[in-house]
Design a binder for this molecule. Structure first.
Ligand code: C2E
Ligand code: CA
Ligand code: CA
Ligand code: CA
Length: 279
């Protein structure tokens, strides 16, 4: 038993060391990722559940490292936030997404709204609204075609400060949404203080709603109450025709998920939008 215990401890230490090494490696490499041109954005369409039209797209960060290969956001976004690297990376994401959206408009694609994820660090930064304004001006993208996705936890951390920050972003004329809705500890009652446009129902609810009646009840009440408070509702992680049909029946407004499209590299996204237009 003593032997087994010692093995257990060694195993645990090895696992800990591995985690620390992994984190240190990610951190060291992430520092150079931007300068070495390893970051890119992919775009996932958002679709109107009633007309079937593409209404916009979410920009998602991708990191291709020469030896580590593709590193998923789950492995590096947390590190980027803890180290503050997310500030520089996030500002690159914002500028790149705005420039891309404008380039597509110039190329004759129907004008679409591009959504950018915001981390807590960026949200707490006093200069955020100046930075957003600069990204809009430099790219020439009209404000209504930019949407920022904020998470609940990011806003609930300091409600008063969040209301102020959100109001100054809204004054720029951009759209705002609350991401991963239902996973944090906010309530719809709180939300009426925030002048946001969209609620995005978290994918965990969409995944389970057709097998768990209680989850379906949550989805239905978020849609109904959200609508009565004036929000538009987006469901994320829609993977099947049955999920799409259910959400449409419940009068959800828009959806996003593998069922319609995975996130796409810019060229593939443009081709998808063009194809969706002809039929
Ligand atoms: P998120 O904002 O909730 O983004 C949705 C995630 O779900 C994306 O994962 C997307 O690829 C994935 N997804 C979309 N449709 C489906 C589906 O039908 N089924 C399933 N199972 N998954 C689906 P991804 O790209 O790996 O990003 C993970 C998270 O990393 C994002 O979650 C977001 O929190 C963060 N992230 C990604 N890009 C950025 C960025 O530019 N800035 C910041 N701050 N965070 C980002
Ligand atoms: Ca998001
Ligand atoms: Ca989400
Ligand atoms: Ca998420």
């Amino acid at each position: 038993a003593k032997e087994a215990g010692r093995n257990q401890v060694q195993f645990y230490e090895a696992a800990m060391n591995e985690r620390i090494t992994e984190r240190a490696l990610i951190e060291a490499e992430l520092r150079h990722a931007l300068a070495r041109d390893q970051l890119s954005l992919v775009y996932q369409p958002k679709v109107d559940l009633h007309s079937g039209a593409i209404t916009g797209m979410e920009a998602l960060l991708r990191w291709r490292h020469p030896t580590l290969g593709m590193v998923s956001p789950a492995r590096f976004i947390g590190v980027a936030e803890e180290t503050g690297l997310i500030v520089g990376i996030g500002s690159w994401v914002l500028r790149t997404a705005c420039a891309q959206a404008r380039a597509w408009q110039d190329a004759g694609l129907p004008p679409l709204r591009v959504a950018v994820n915001l981390s807590a660090r960026q949200f707490q930064d006093q200069r955020l609204s100046d930075e957003v304004q600069a990204a809009l001006e430099d790219s020439g993208l009209a404000p209504p075609y930019l949407e920022l996705e904020l998470t609940e936890s990011l806003m609930m951390h300091n409600v008063q400060a969040a209301v102020g920050a959100i109001e100054s972003l809204k004054r720029l004329g951009i759209a705002l949404s609350i991401d991963d809705f239902g996973t944090g500890y906010s309530s719809l009652a709180y939300l009426k203080q925030f002048p946001v446009d969209y609620l995005k129902i978290d994918q965990s609810f969409v995944r389970d709603m057709l097998t768990e009646p209680k989850v379906a009840a949550i989805v239905r009440s978020v849609i109904a109450l959200g609508h009565s408070l004036g929000f538009r509702i987006i469901a994320e992680g829609v993977e099947t025709a049955e999920q799409q049909a259910y959400l449409r029946e419940q009068r959800c407004d828009e959806m996003q998920g593998y069922y319609f499209s995975r996130p796409l590299a810019p060229d593939a996204f443009a081709a998808k939008v063009t194809a969706a237009r002809v039929c």
